[in-house]
Design a protein around this ligand. Structure first.
Ligand SMILES: *Cc1c(COP(=O)(O)O)cnc(C)c1O
Length: 428
């Protein structure tokens, strides 16, 4: 286990806050952040936590206190970063589809830079900066056309993906930017995908982008920030993890002879292992030979299995009102009753599963289970399909638990609709 969330603690939290419930170990977040920072200590570096992995304000604030910056992909995330106490000069903003109002607010907020993803976007930024009378600091997201060897939905560094621009276009954009009085190109960026478990594509990407950086410097374009994106993978089941030392060395090698500050945008690596999703068993049922365990969490709480066929191991936290020992050391009697089951939620979709074909002991109403490694892209992807309120979120530090977001309530979910309905009926 990579966090301190033992069964006794989770059973206590389930009792206190109800289920489904996200629980995060803040100490684990600290450890992961510091490991990343340390890996790059030989150079000037800025770790910009990718908010989209988990954007709860308490988590961002915790990282802000550790010195983290923020990588944002919407103006909403920029606002969250500022609200949570991340200084504006540590905030960067990426994304292929920034709206005019988002660009305008980002420029007014005076964040470190915008990662630009097309020539058309660069022209919009120039015109908005001109209207505002400011100089827009930018970086170009370069698509190095490298196969990151990850799931196709989270692979972003190939020309067939919508992200970034090819090297030739990037050069032209930098020349355009240098010649514009409203734009100051200060960085270069690439991000080839998420959940990367192979170092080679990152090494190749860094080499290609470093080469481009040298040619930009030769054109007197002063690149100060070399942004290597995020994407470092974690172990969910049996994946290989890239050692951070090797990761940093590969990047440092590519940067030999370049005087730049390294920016990293890890999301999953920082928070992924810190969180579990606690859920209660509702029913067991058998359709023919197939066994289902139906729980009170569903794909609206945790999308990753439905979206990517992602695997999150599940442990039994409490059975028959007895908190399980950590390794679920079942008595031989129970072991002989184990069988394979799918663990599913209540949503009207066959893709609504949380675990498939796993071996489980007999479970009954009110038994408690927990899905592991859901700190990243768990709650941040949660939604309210089937009018299911989003779960509560709880932090744990030094064995103390504290609410960081209550469960959504029905009244809030429908409040704006009720207002709209009433306005239409009363005609004002
Ligand atoms: C999603 C994203 C990240 C973070 O990816 P992880 O796999 O969570 O580390 C970083 N940078 C950009 C531009 C992203 O879109």
């Amino acid at each position: 286990m990579d966090n301190a969330l033992n069964n006794a603690l989770l059973a206590r939290c389930a009792q206190k806050y109800g289920t489904p419930l996200y629980v995060y170990d803040f100490h684990s977040i600290t450890t992961q952040f510091q490991a990343f920072k340390n890996a790059f200590k030989a150079r000037k570096s800025l770790i910009c936590y990718a908010l989209k992995a988990n954007s709860n304000l308490s988590i961002i604030n915790h990282l802000a206190k550790l010195g983290s910056g923020a990588d944002c992909v919407s103006i909403g995330e920029v606002r969250r970063a500022l609200l949570a106490g991340i200084p504006k000069y540590k905030i960067i903003y990426s994304g292929v589809g920034k709206r005019d109002d988002e660009i305008c607010e980002a420029l007014k907020s005076d964040i470190l830079f915008l990662n630009v993803e097309s020539a058309a976007e660069l022209e919009r930024i120039e015109s908005i900066a001109k209207d505002l009378g400011v100089v827009a600091r930018i970086s170009v997201r370069v698509n190095p056309n490298i196969d990151a060897k990850t799931h196709p939905y989270i692979s972003t560094g190939l020309h067939e993906n919508k992200f970034g621009v090819d090297i030739q276009s990037a050069k032209q954009m930098y020349i355009f930017a240098k010649n514009s009085p409203h734009i100051e190109p200060i960085g270069i960026h690439f991000h080839i995908g998420s959940q990367l478990t192979d170092l080679e594509p990152i090494r190749q990407g860094a080499m290609k982008i470093a080469e481009l950086t040298h040619s930009l410097l030769a054109l007197k374009i002063d690149i100060k920030f070399f942004d290597v994106g995020g994407g470092v993978g974690i172990r969910y089941t049996d994946e290989r993890e890239i050692p951070l030392y090797d990761y940093a060395q590969a990047i440092l090698e590519a940067l030999r002879g370049l005087d730049v500050t390294i920016i990293c945008e890890p999301g999953r690596y920082i928070v992924g292992k810190s969180g579990v999703l606690v859920s209660k068993v509702l029913y067991e049922k058998h359709n023919g030979h197939k066994r289902f365990v139906i729980v009170d969490a569903a794909m609206n709480d945790l999308m990753r299995p439905a979206l990517y066929n992602a695997v999150h191991t599940m442990r039994v936290v409490q059975r028959d009102n007895i908190v399980c020992a950590e390794d679920l050391c079942l008595s031989e009697g129970i072991k002989s009753h184990q069988s394979r089951a799918d663990v599913v939620g209540a949503i009207c979709e066959s893709s609504d599963f949380l675990a498939k074909d796993i071996v489980l002991p007999p479970l009954a109403h009110s038994d408690i289970v927990a899905f592991e490694n859901v700190g990243a892209y768990g709650y941040s992807m949660a939604h309210t399909y089937n009018t299911r309120p989003r779960a509560a979120e709880v932090g744990v530090q030094d064995d103390e638990d504290f609410l960081i977001k209550p469960m959504e309530c029905f009244e809030n979910m429908v409040a704006d609709e009720i207002k709209a309905l009433e306005q239409r009926h009363t005609g004002n």
